[in-house]
Design a protein around this ligand. Sequence first.
Ligand code: ATP
Ligand code: MG
Length: 635
Amino acid sequence: MSNYHIKQFEEYFQVYKKSVNQPEQFWEEIAEEHFVWRKKWSNVLTWDFTKPEIKWFESAQLNITENCLDRHLRARGNKTAILFEPNDPNEQAEHITYTQLHERVCKFANVLKEKGIEKGDRVCIYLPMIPELAISVLACARIGAIHSVIFAGFSSTALSTRINDCDAKMVITSDGSYRGAKTIDLKGIVDEALEDCPNIESVLVAKRINSTIDMKEGRDYWLQPLLDKAHQVCDAEIMDAEDPLFILYTSGSTGKPKGMMHTSAGYMVYSAYTFKNVFQYRDDDVYWCTADIGWITGHSYIVYGPLANGATTVMFEGVPSYPDFGRFWQIVEKHKVNQFYTAPTAIRALAKQGTELVEKYDLSSLKVLGTVGEPINEEAWHWYNENIGKKKSPIVDTWWQTETGGIMITPIPYVTPTKPTYATLPFIGIQPALMDENGKEIKGNQVEGRLCIKFPWPGIARTIWGNHQRYKDTYFSAFENMYFSGDGALRDEVGYYRITGRVDDVIIVSGHNLGTAPIEDAINEHQAVAESAIVGFPHDVKGNALYGYVTLKDSGESRNHDNLRKEINQLITDRIGPIAKLEKIQFTNGLPKTRSGKIMRRILRKIASNETDQLGDTSTLLNPEVVESIIENRL
Ligand code: ATP
Ligand code: MG
């Protein structure tokens, strides 16, 4: 039996049991047998959730890039590490081998040093999904600089806020980026942001779109000439297990983004171990996660997890709709992708297009499908299963967060029987608990509550950068000695978990707690509905009533809206009960989303309650125009 690679359901239960009964011994064995260390730990785990303080593999020394690069050189030097697929399908894909990646990271690391970056300094990376993004992340890790990747779709204000929050010294960017048929002037956005960032000393600029840009003397440097001159050897900085590896801001679905800080050893062990099992990665597989490296999914499951396992990881620069909505499937066919990991928002957008463009391509290489980011509704799950997986690739519905560093609740493909809309069982080492409003744990099955975790796992964030109090208040204060996720969940008769939505979004109607996901799920079953979101608003009799925002597959003009409303409420009544019927249903052209693709219900809630002057932090909002049109057409 290998604890590192679980292949059978029985094995899952055995390994899980061990990971819970003897967590320290369990993680010590994983760490010892599957990673390289410069020095071993004195203590596997020290923790206190009341402070909170969590330390894994204390006093061990390592460098994560030696685990992601150097150790593979001998056996896998010529294997493709990063497979770069450009925005334009006519531009050639680039296969970067482990040997080449190692050399490019070392050169980049030497450039960082030459520009004065030292261990512990913060470096903000604002790059499109081109190889330099992954390389600069690894180059920072190589020398112990703390990277903070900022999604290259963010505005200059969002960028400057983050740069100042983590007090970065350097920004790495490019002249511009391609996004479908458009180009974006990234350097212009950086210039604007830096007017408010007095502590930035230098800006490295990669060339991608060959545009003419302003270069500020003494601050801005073209990257390529520096790389050309750089030495190709760069010894890895020896890091302590608990030295910071990166800061990453959350998506901002529930409020002001939080700068989560992750450290070296625990994060490495957890992202690598989850990757291996949740995707059942085998040595010759080609793995593709469609996320951007600007999100935690990209950190853990495009860069660190795959590379620590010596995998081939695809990096896609473009968008699912360019040149047409068949682009994802064309890439799957072209590179014979075996594992495909995406988000419900992408699945719903693609499902809306029908199946013609899916059928054009050979998807027979696929073995595992994944989803992350939001609850996946049942209809989208079936569409994915039938049309993409052809009912033979298990879907892993992976629940986790920026804070958790890696996947927490998930099926293991070919091991755990799946169930639509259920993230199923806790991953190895994860001890979930459902809590009631009074702080008591709800035991047994067929129950619902607030999703907490009782015991630390190696990937947990250690703090919010510069604001430990907020870290404590947000995650460790609601329930004693527990990590509180902010999400609600139910546990079914066999112990499977289903995420029911954010606890902040739970609506109390006539004294009943209603989660958003199951109701939206029922609405989305209507064949005319593409997507929906529900929120509560004050109601004289019920306390709160439900307000639904519904986007139709076609613009819906041909349909009678009143009939549609009746049909939707009938579906809700059938699936959940009359208590969950919607008081108001507004048909919209779209829903407000974060730039990571999640529905921002807190904005919809403000609109439903007619508090449109209090929309809160909108810095991560993708589509302000949709918000305006929703406000205009408010019922
Ligand atoms: P913020 O914390 O700033 O409000 P956010 O929570 O959206 O933003 P992320 O860390 O990117 O930031 O997202 C984590 C959240 O995404 C989870 O707490 C959960 O609500 C949701 N989520 C992720 N995966 C799943 C999943 N498989 N099923 C249901 N929900 C999921
Ligand atoms: Mg969150």
